[in-house]
Design a protein around this ligand. Structure first.
Ligand code: HAM
Length: 410
């Protein structure tokens, strides 16, 4: 038997309905904040992602060449594509641009619960605003979105300038290694890398930095930080909003394009793969031949949010199984049209089953059976059976529609 590729999933209707319920909550929050949906290709020129995505992501990419010999990659993330699109299509659009997306990404990672090779991100990008207000808006939006899903999470906010200030003068690839060790709190690797670049004296301040939890402590450890006022302003905007977060100066992020504020969200009930959100301020536009537009954004790991929420009930979408005898069939088609026009999910027998078998099937797939026999075809009324309570009555079609619509709202 053929199986799906490793690290991918099939979604049956119940799961899809649950996913759509949460997706629409996210869409609704994005809409209220003025973020409009964009869509980019699922594959791009490889170069788009090798320019500034970071070593790890490059190693995990699905890379291929097409029949014309072009080097392409399935997108491992969507930020680079969105910024490419901004340069190609919307460079002169009034700033700031508030965009969002819900799309799948591909990373060749070792699959486990919450870690897949095809996964979905709900992300936003705020392009062309270089202010504390912009940074604060994006972080507040991230919290609003996670709140809308109902997931229990912790939000951590940091800034790269602190680490970068301490690592000034060190060559960029060593800096990246040190930052990655700090991010993972891998102190053994940190000390050996610092020894290797003759900077063992930095160990104390770096470890103190990632443990501190207030801005003042961080400024004391890391010294004179460029953009200090903007950081203070962003943090006071977050505090004024009343949102819950903690400061964490150990966040380095796995992608190389971040420049300032960085933030991550963690689900409280997940194990190893508990990071459900990541984002920050970044600059990419100039690399793709555009202006040096400042941007800020994040992506929510949608699949991890769904794992964290567990078995959620899909939104109630009451369904009708339309059951008829051969004498009632013509009227049943009319009734089906009226029900569907009224927005009610309606399924009719197409297996030429008898009345009893039709009812038995409806009881497995619908909440109501509406029965049209010879008597109903003549009278214009319908017999409606609630398949949960087994209550049955013969009423006008309008009353039957009202009954179906009221299902689940009691
Ligand atoms: P990222 O942290 O690489 O950031 O990914 C965002 C989220 O996608 C992660 O926090 C995680 O929840 C989810 N995720 C990543 N890999 C997997 C996987 N293999 N399986 C399931 N979920 C996964 C970005 O991608 C940036 N583009 C975010 C951003 C937008 N920064 C600025 N704008």
């Amino acid at each position: 038997m053929l199986q799906k590729p490793r690290g991918t999933r099939d979604f049956l209707p119940d799961e899809m309905e649950a996913r759509r319920t949460i997706e629409w909550r996210l869409r609704e929050v994005a809409r209220r904040w003025g973020y409009r949906e964009v869509c980019t290709p699922e594959f791009e020129d490889l170069e788009l992602f090798t320019m500034r995505s970071g070593e790890r992501i490059i190693e995990e990419m699905y890379v291929f060449s097409d029949k014309g010999g072009r080097n392409l990659a399935l997108r491992p993330e969507i930020t680079a594509s969105v910024i490419r699109m901004y340069i190609n299509e919307a460079k002169v659009a009034p700033k700031p641009l508030r965009w969002c997306y819900f799309a799948d990404c591909f990373r060749y990672e070792r699959p486990q619960k919450g870690r897949y090779r095809q996964f979905w991100q709900f992300g936003v990008e705020l392009i062309g605003a270089d202010t504390a207000l912009a940074d604060a808006e994006v972080i507040m939006l991230a919290a609003d979105m996670l709140n809308a899903t109902g997931v229990s999470y912790e939000l951590r906010v940091g800034h790269l300038s602190f680490m970068k200030n301490l690592l000034e003068g060190i060559d960029p690839s060593a800096q990246r290694r040190v930052m990655a060790h700090l991010d993972k709190k891998d102190f053994e690797a940190l000390f050996s890398t610092l020894d290797g670049i003759n900077k063992p004296d930095l160990a104390d301040s770096l470890t103190a930095l990632i443990k501190c939890s207030t801005l003042n402590e961080a400024f004391e450890i890391a010294g004179n930080i460029p953009g200090k006022e903007r950081i203070e302003q962003t943090i006071s905007l977050l505090d004024a909003s009343g949102m819950k977060y903690s400061l964490n100066f150990g966040i380095a992020r796995g992608l190389d394009y971040y420049t300032g504020m960085v933030f991550e969200g963690f689900a409280q009930n997940l194990g190893a793969e508990n990071q459900i959100l990541g984002g920050g301020t970044y600059r990419l536009a100039h690399l793709f031949g555009g202006d040096d537009a400042a941007s800020c954004g994040f992506a929510i790991g949608f699949d991890r949010v769904m794992v964290s929420l567990g078995d959620i009930q899909p939104a109630t979408d009451p369904g009708v199984g339309l059951v008829c005898t051969s004498e009632g069939r013509t009227r049943a088609f009319e009734v089906a049209r009226v029900l569907r026009d009224a927005g009610i999910r309606t399924e009719m027998d197409i297996m030429e089953r008898g009345l009893g078998a039709q009812l038995a099937h409806a009881s497995k797939t619908a909440n109501f059976a509406i029965v049209i026999g010879q008597r109903e075809a003549g009278s214009g009324q319908v017999t409606i059976k609630n398949l949960v309570t087994a209550e049955q009555k013969t009423v006008d079609l309008a009353a039957a529609i009202a009954e179906v619509r009221a299902f689940g709202t009691r």
